[in-house]
Ligand binder design. Structure first.
Ligand SMILES: NC(=O)C1=CN([C@@H]2O[C@H](COP(=O)(O)OP(=O)(O)OC[C@H]3O[C@@H](n4cnc5c(N)ncnc54)[C@H](OP(=O)(O)O)[C@@H]3O)[C@@H](O)[C@H]2O)C=CC1
Ligand SMILES: Cc1cn([C@H]2C[C@H](O)[C@@H](COP(=O)(O)OP(=O)(O)O[C@H]3O[C@@H](C)C(=O)[C@@H](O)[C@H]3O)O2)c(=O)[nH]c1=O
Length: 300
C-alpha cells in the first residue's frame, strides 16, 4: 500500500494525479492545494485538505498527521513571465517551499517525488538527458534549479522528475497551454504568431501523471526525464492541432524568437531523451497526435 500526498492538486498535473490514483485499491490518497478543492464536484470522494506549501507549520502539521509514504510535489509558480516580475514570490514558492517539504519528509521518513522542468537548461543543445549541465536563462528556471539543489541535499529518499511543456484539460482552471490556446484562437478566427525556432518534447498531462505513479510504485530514486518523445516546434504543434480540429491553418503565422517577445526569455532547444524512464520505469507516453485526441475527447 502506498500512502500518497499530492501538493498542488488543483493544478493541471495535480488534477490528473487525483483522477489516476483515487480509484486505485493499492493507494491511500490525500490531495492538498491552497484554498478550496476544485475537484469537489467531479471527484466527491477525494480526500482533500487545504495546505499552503509556503507555510512551514502547515506543511509540518499536514504531513505529520497523514504520514504519507510518498509526497508528489506539483505546486509551483508556473507562470514563467510572472516569476520574472514577482521574484520574491517565485523564490518562496519554487524554492523555499521545497525546503519545508524536505524538512517534513526527513522528519516523517517520506519519499519525495519532486517536479522539475526543461527550463533549468539554456536550450543550446537539447534534447537533454538526466546528466546534462543546467544553465537557466530565466528566473523561473533559476528557482526550479535551486529547488533541485535543495532536494538533492535531502536526507530522505527522493526523485526529481523533469518534464516539458505540459498540455491537457483541467476543471475550473485558469492557465492555458499550447493545444487549448491554438484550438481556441483558431476557433475564434484569431491570427496567432507561433514560433518556428523553439524545440520541445511536449507532454500530455495524463502521461506525466502516469510517470509520477510509476516512480512512486517503483520507489525510484534520482533524476528522471518524463516528457513526450517527439521533438516538435510550437509551430509544428499548432499545425497538428489545426489539422486535428479541421481549423484554418491560414491563421497561423510563423514567428521567430527574436520578433516574438515575452517578459521571460525562453530556451531555444530543450526537449528530453526519455530512455531512462522507458527502461527503468516502463514509461510509455502517447504521441502528440494521440494527446490532442485525448484532449478533444475531454472537451465540453
Ligand atoms: N505546465 C508545464 O508546462 C510544466 C510544468 N512543470 C512543473 O510541473 C509541476 C506541475 O505543473 P502544473 O500542474 O502545470 O502547474 P499548475 O500551475 O497547473 O498547478 C500548480 C498548482 O499549485 C497550486 N499552488 C500555487 N501556490 C500554492 C501554494 N502556496 N500552496 C499549495 N498549492 C499552491 C496552484 O494553485 P492555484 O490554482 O490556486 O493557483 C496550482 O493549482 C510544477 O512543479 C511545474 O514547475 C515543468 C515543466 C513544464
Ligand atoms: C503565447 C505564445 C507562445 N508561443 C510558443 C512559445 C512556447 O514555446 C510555447 C508555449 O508558450 P507559453 O508561454 O504558453 O508556455 P511557457 O511558459 O513557455 O511554458 C513553460 O512552462 C513552464 C511551467 C515550464 O516548466 C516549461 O516546460 C514550459 O513548458 O508556445 C508562441 O509561439 N506564440 C505565442 O503567442
Amino acid at each position: 500500500m502506498k500512502k500518497i500526498l499530492i501538493t498542488g492538486s488543483n493544478g493541471l498535473l495535480g488534477q490528473k494525479l487525483a483522477e489516476l490514483l483515487l480509484p486505485r485499491q493499492d493507494v491511500e490518497l490525500l490531495a492538498t492545494s491552497r484554498g478550496e478543492n476544485k475537484l469537489a464536484e467531479v471527484l466527491p470522494t477525494l480526500p482533500f485538505r487545504s495546505m499552503d506549501v509556503t507555510k512551514p507549520e502547515e506543511v509540518d502539521r499536514v504531513v505529520s498527521e497523514f504520514r504519507p509514504t510518498h509526497i508528489i510535489h506539483t505546486a509551483a509558480m508556473t507562470n514563467v513571465d510572472q516569476c520574472e516580475s514577482d521574484r520574491d514570490g517565485a523564490v518562496l514558492l519554487n524554492r523555499d517551499a521545497v525546503q519545508y517539504l524536505v524538512n517534513a519528509c526527513e522528519k516523517n521518513n517520506v519519499h519525495l517525488v519532486h517536479l522539475s522542468t526543461d527550463f533549468i537548461f539554456d536550450g543550446e543543445d537539447g534534447p537533454y538527458d538526466e546528466e546534462a549541465k543546467a544553465n537557466p536563462v530565466n528566473f523561473y528556471g533559476e528557482t526550479k534549479l535551486q529547488a533541485e539543489e535543495v532536494v538533492k541535499q535531502a536526507k530522505c529518499k527522493w526523485a526529481i522528475l523533469r518534464t516539458v511543456l505540459v498540455f491537457g484539460i483541467a476543471h475550473d482552471y485558469g492557465r492555458s497551454n499550447i493545444v487549448l490556446w491554438v484550438r481556441d484562437s483558431l476557433q475564434a478566427g484569431k491570427v496567432i504568431k507561433v514560433v518556428t525556432d523553439q524545440f520541445r518534447t511536449p507532454t500530455l498531462a495524463e502521461d506525466l501523471a502516469m510517470g509520477c505513479w510509476l516512480a512512486v510504485e517503483k520507489d525510484a530514486e534520482g533524476i528522471y526525464n518524463i516528457s513526450g518523445s517527439e521533438m516538435l516546434t510550437p509551430y509544428d504543434m499548432a499545425m497538428q492541432v489545426a489539422d486535428f480540429f479541421t481549423l484554418d491553418k491560414g491563421l497561423i503565422d510563423k514567428a521567430d524568437g527574436s520578433t516574438f517577445t515575452q517578459a521571460a526569455k525562453r530556451p531555444a532547444r530543450t526537449g528530453f531523451s526519455i530512455r531512462k524512464a522507458q527502461t527503468e520505469l516502463g514509461y510509455r507516453p502517447h504521441t502528440f497526435l494521440q494527446g490532442i485526441q485525448m484532449v478533444a475527447e475531454q472537451a465540453v
